[in-house]
Design a protein around this ligand. Structure first.
Ligand code: SF4
Length: 327
């Protein structure tokens, strides 16, 4: 049995100072993923720093129309918040498509941003896995890689997908991650927060060792936009995406004024499809143009033995989402 020291943080300053002295410590909020990984011995830790009592559970609408979300706001509270439902339906839908009611009641905004991969070889604790044990290899590349493995942003070191639905919606909306460490506060663009695996798959995000996420700040919603999240998966509940799309659309008649597209289930990080967005801007939403944009979104995808089907599936997730929003 592993024993852990428990520290209940009374302030953000205390939390980050404690973490800076113990790099293998982890911040505990909802605990819906991290405690599993500690019990499985996938995440070696000797200390938990409980941040649940910090005042980071507010949802604040900003003067510019954006929203500042406290790190401890639960997925349930965020999904059902009136302003989010009205102005960011894509985010509400993405949140409600994830996990189960019980998990969403506990899981927090920052925890969702920080969630670890669902690769079975990562979580079994003994297979070769560069993310868990740097330099040990990647059992997934020639192994079973059908469902939680990517076709975009992979490397010869790691091909695991980022599992979050919420983050896909945030990537489409545009956001900043506010963090605080012993050296002060800073803000990280959401698209720069998660890192590609490259040669260092164990480095998953841009946080420094002592930094704590305090807020996620959403950009103001695009005026007169429609948005939606479409998640395709093996079963309708409590299942990770095989492919998903978050789409935000502003149209003038049949012409696209602005389009935002992000993908889940196919990338090693929440995947913004900028080429597809550019192709749609100024175009009419014909089936041909939607399919052309979807093809651009998957340009450069690299299939593995069991997941080549994801390329067509993700393209369909984009076309169907665009069609539904246009109808
Ligand atoms: Fe580990 Fe990544 Fe390979 Fe999975 S895909 S075994 S997480 S290195």
């Amino acid at each position: 049995m592993r024993s852990l020291d428990y520290v209940r943080a009374g302030s953000i300053e205390q939390a980050v100072a404690t973490h800076s002295k113990s790099p293998s410590a982890f911040f505990l909020a909802g605990g819906t993923t991290l405690l599993d990984l500690v019990k499985l011995d996938v995440m070696p830790a000797d200390q938990v720093i409980d941040v649940n009592h910090l005042s980071l559970n507010q949802i604040e609408v900003q003067k510019d129309g954006g929203v500042r979300i406290g790190a401890l706001v639960t997925n349930t509270a965020l999904a059902h918040h009136d302003y989010i439902v009205e102005h960011y339906p894509v985010l509400s839908q993405a949140l409600l498509s994830g996990a189960t009611t019980q998990l969403r009641n506990k899981a927090t905004t920052a925890g969702n941003v920080m969630q670890r991969v669902r690769c079975n070889y990562f979580r079994d604790g003994h297979s070769p896995c560069n993310k868990r044990q740097p330099g040990s290899g990647c059992a997934a590349i020639d192994g079973h890689n059908r469902s939680v493995h990517a076709v975009l942003g992979t490397s010869d070191q790691c091909i695991a997908t980022h599992p979050s639905d919420m983050c896909v919606a945030m990537a489409a909306i545009g956001a900043k991650v506010e963090v605080q460490g012993t050296q002060g506060k800073r803000s990280i663009d959401f698209l720069d927060f998660h890192l590609l695996p490259g040669a260092t798959p164990w480095k998953e995000h841009a946080l420094k060792d002592d930094e704590l996420i305090t807020h996620v700040v959403l950009d103001p919603a695009l005026a007169n936009s429609r948005s939606g999240y479409l998640k395709l998966r093996d079963r309708a509940s409590y299942q990770f995406a095989l492919a998903s799309s978050a789409v935000i659309l502003v149209t003038d008649g049949d012409t696209v004024r602005e389009a935002r597209i992000a993908l889940g289930g196919v990338g090693t990080k929440p995947w913004r499809a900028l080429d597809a967005e550019r192709a749609l801007k100024g175009a009419t939403l014909t089936p041909h143009n939607m399919e052309k944009a979807a093809a651009l979104a998957l340009q450069g995808a690299r299939p593995y033995r069991h997941n080549a089907y994801k390329i067509a599936l993700a393209q369909q997730a984009i076309v169907r989402n665009l069609s539904t929003l246009t109808a």
